[in-house]
Ligand binder design. Structure first.
Ligand SMILES: [Zn+2]
Length: 173
């Protein structure tokens, strides 16, 4: 793939949030690297796939590496994201790379305009450390589940599968 138009380097903050009513929500990734900021509108399926891919790789990473990194991670709500980010687009193609040597992931995003043009460079490349990737995958899981009804007993979101409730002795409801 050609070199991206924007290389944000290592992300200093990466968040996901959802806007709108349950069932018709829109999702976005809020990316910051130093003083640079990018806002990426993303489909729910893409977001969930990204979260699962991160989770899958991270589950094979030594947990102590993850915990060491967790200590230096910023937390809290997304309240300070700039109103006019340098970059804002709707995600078309999304690629995830893994760099085990540097314990990082790379997200390469193209926009959804003119996807049929073969040699069009992607818009944004950004890298994230394992701890940030772990936090992101947890955020994605929480945000994706938030629109679904929850079990009145245990609070777990109810999906298409029958719910095996931890609080009702294996009773399926
Ligand atoms: Zn339950």
């Amino acid at each position: 793939m050609a070199e991206a138009q924007f290389d944000f380097g290592l992300a200093t903050r990466l968040d996901v949030d959802a806007l709108g009513e349950p069932g018709r929500r829109t999702f976005r990734l809020l990316i910051r690297s130093g003083t640079s900021a990018a806002l990426l509108w993303i489909e729910k399926q893409q977001l969930v796939a990204l979260g699962l891919a991160l989770e899958q790789v991270l589950s094979q990473v030594a947990p102590q590496e993850l915990q060491r990194e967790m200590l230096s991670l910023p937390s809290g709500l997304v309240t300070d994201f700039p109103l006019n980010p340098q970059l804002e687009f709707r995600v078309g193609q999304l690629q995830l790379g893994h760099d085990p040597v540097n314990m990082q992931f790379q997200i390469i995003a193209g926009d959804s305009v003119g996807e049929e043009e073969e040699d069009r460079p992607p818009r944004l490349t950004v890298r994230l450390g394992y701890a940030m990737a772990s936090r992101l995958s947890q955020q994605i899981a929480a945000v994706a589940a938030a629109g679904r009804p929850r079990c009145p007993l245990c609070g777990e979101p109810l999906g298409d599968e029958p719910h095996q409730c931890a609080l009702s002795n294996g009773h399926v409801h």
